[in-house]
Design a protein around this ligand. Structure first.
Ligand code: NAD
Ligand code: MG
Length: 384
């Protein structure tokens, strides 16, 4: 039986992964580890249902609650960042990394050391430490598969084509909550307004990042890390319907697009069934009902994050780690009401400038400790 683990099981992507495992029936997979945060009831219920070996909460203060919730189930309970890393080191064939933020990096590296498949939704770890992840995968023979819908789409559209015939890759963006807002209203945008999305149901952080386009900025860097593309080969196209997720254009003028309903179970299920395909509970496309698909060029005045992503790719070294951490801090500060929506991008830009002026961005990260050091420095610099 294939052994699976899901990190961040209680979140939006993680719960979609749990849904697919549950639907496959009790004899299809053996669940090793499920992890979550503060929602202990949800984590315990998932762990009981999938008969996991171990359930881990990120918060040490909740260990007692988790033990109580799992009493009599036979599922082990553990808590804290070290327990997450330990659980990621438990032998499994397929591990879904769906923790949000740089907190996913250490468990992701531990999972890669086992040599199985890492289905990676946690884009932050690739943005802050892409070369480290690639190195860990090479060392153990592990495979990293994309779960972000655009990157899964690129991966599928590439098929068996060779990268050297690729002219460029286009990832689409819905434009998020403020796509059609007058620019002068953005400064007063509230957290509640930024936390809505026209097409996708996702966690709050990525939903706000969609409104600011930081999500797409992260995805441009993610595409560079995943597919070894040059920065100038990665394009962003605003596509309000979110039906085309990505397109790969080749040197012979042919472009292959990937289309599908905006449902993360497709990308997660594709990674679960890879290298084959199997039926998934995803609504079929009805293009006649949709009528038309529309496109526009991204506006870098409305969405300065896209320009910052290009600067980060040009700078290299630790710039990705600084970019991600400054973005996480600015997002925390926006959610807490300390800064306005439109102050997030300037904070990230100022942080990049300040840390680069101090010591430059150096070389690619050599180890986890180096990444975490730059992450802490960037958060301190960016904090409101
Ligand atoms: P979410 O907020 O819904 O869930 C996050 C999960 O991570 C939860 O289980 C939470 O308990 C856990 N978590 C949070 N902080 C943690 C910490 N410090 N340590 C350990 N665990 C922690 O987020 P989401 O929307 O499911 O996104 C998860 C990841 O997938 C993100 O990297 C996101 O960018 C990416 N992603 C999400 C979607 C989507 O549709 N939601 C699509 C593409 C990519
Ligand atoms: Mg995406």
């Amino acid at each position: 039986m294939r052994r699976i683990s899901i990190f961040g099981a209680t979140g939006s992507v993680g719960a979609n992964g749990v849904d697919l495992i549950r639907r496959a029936g009790p004899d299809a997979y053996h669940t090793v580890a499920l992890t979550g945060g503060r929602n202990i009831a949800r984590l315990a219920q998932m762990a009981r249902e999938l008969r996991a070996e171990i359930a881990v909460t990120a918060h040490p203060d909740l260990l007692g609650d988790l033990r109580d919730a799992l009493a009599g189930s036979g599922v082990q309970a553990a808590a804290g960042p070290d327990a997450l890393v330990e659980a990621a080191g438990r032998p499994a064939d397929w591990i879904l990394s769906a923790i949000v933020g740089a907190a996913g990096l250490a468990p992701g590296l531990a999972a890669l050391a086992q040599g199985g498949v890492l289905a990676l939704a946690n884009k932050e770890s690739l943005v802050c430490a892409g070369p480290l992840l690639r190195h860990a995968a090479r060392a153990s023979g592990a495979t990293i598969l994309p779960v972000d819908s655009e990157h899964s789409a690129v991966f599928q559209a590439l098929g068996s084509d060779k990268l050297d015939s690729v002219e460029d890759v286009t990832i689409t963006a819905s434009g998020g909550a403020f796509r059609d807002w007058p620019l002068e209203r953005l400064a007063a945008a509230t957290v509640a307004e930024a936390s809505t999305h026209p097409n996708w149901a996702m966690g709050q952080r990525i939903t706000i990042d969609s409104a600011s386009m930081f999500n797409k900025a992260m995805e441009v860097i993610e595409a560079k890390e995943f597919f070894a593309l040059r920065p100038d080969q990665i394009k962003v196209l605003v596509h309000p319907e979110s039906i085309i997720h990505a397109m790969v254009s080749h040197v012979d003028g042919g472009t292959i697009a990937h289309l599908g309903a905006p449902d993360m179970r497709h990308a997660i299920g594709y990674a679960l069934n890879w290298p084959g395909r199997a039926p998934l509970p995803v609504a079929p496309l009805d293009l006649a009902a949709l009528g038309s698909l529309t496109f526009r060029a991204p506006d870098e005045v409305r969405w300065p994050a896209l320009r910052l992503a290009r600067e980060v790719m040009a700078a290299g070294g630790m710039a990705g780690a600084v970019f991600n951490a400054a973005k996480e801090q600015a997002l925390d500060d926006f959610i807490a009401g300390r800064i306005a929506f439109t102050q997030m991008a300037p904070r990230v830009e100022m942080t990049l400038q300040a840390l680069s002026a101090r010591a430059g961005f150096g070389d690619d990260p050599a180890d986890l400790e180096t990444v975490l050091h730059w992450d802490r420095e960037a958060r301190k610099e960016a904090a409101a």
